[in-house]
Write a protein that binds this ligand. Structure first.
Ligand code: FMN
Length: 181
């Protein structure tokens, strides 16, 4: 059975992006799901002097197997002032040092990007940036989906009817690319 790793990039306990991620997982069957939550990833702020003196944080000994064993990824990422949260950027900086250009973190495997926010754009500005940046770390972005106006469009724990077609297409792009049986 194929494995999909979900990455929740919010560090907020009541994350609405994590809610959307859980909803996405409910729409995928016949896969193993593993999870990486940025709330559990406490890293020092990257700097080259720190890396030279202390090396790579030992936390990556448990993160690496999660990334390496996955056949595909769903990344749910909030938008902070048009960009990813600073802690997640810090994680990506460390990741670029743990892996190499020849063997990048996401290994050329399929990735679905999702986001939501209380605003109209739903974090789409940041997703467009991630879709440009993450291929440098080996992500094969197969779809991006942003849900705007979260508190109006995600009522009673589900996406409204008119949003559902675009959401389903994004999920299908991932499951097709991962070749879920
Ligand atoms: C510092 C900060 C900056 C934000 N910037 C944006 C933004 O650029 N675009 C947006 O749609 N929402 C923005 N928001 C609102 C977030 O979308 C909202 O807080 C959301 O709940 C964050 O996602 P999370 O709950 O998954 O952490 C911002 C929130 C904070 C705290």
């Amino acid at each position: 059975m194929k494995t999909i790793l979900t990455i929740s990039a919010s560090n907020r306990a009541e994350s609405i992006n994590a809610e959307l991620l859980n909803y996405a997982v409910k729409h995928i069957s016949n896969v193993e799901v593993s999870a990486l939550n940025m709330q559990d990833v406490k890293l020092p702020f990257y700097n080259q002097d720190l890396e030279a003196s202390d090396g790579i944080p030992s936390l990556f000994e448990s993160i690496r197997p999660l990334l390496d064993s996955a056949d595909g990824y769903i990344l749910a990422c909030p938008e902070h002032n048009g960009l990813m949260p600073a802690e997640f950027k810090n994680f990506l900086d460390w990741l670029s040092r743990v892996y190499t250009r020849e063997k990048p973190a996401f290994g050329g495997k399929p990735m679905l990007l999702i986001s939501t926010s209380p605003g109209e754009n739903g974090g789409a500005t940041n997703l467009a940036t991630l879709a440009r940046l993450l291929p440098w770390q080996g992500a094969n972005i197969v779809a991006s989906y942003s849900l705007g106006n979260f508190y109006q469009t995600f009522e009673q724990d589900k996406i409204s009817e008119q949003e559902h077609a675009a959401f389903s297409t994004a999920i299908n792009n991932l499951t097709t690319a991962v070749n879920v049986g």
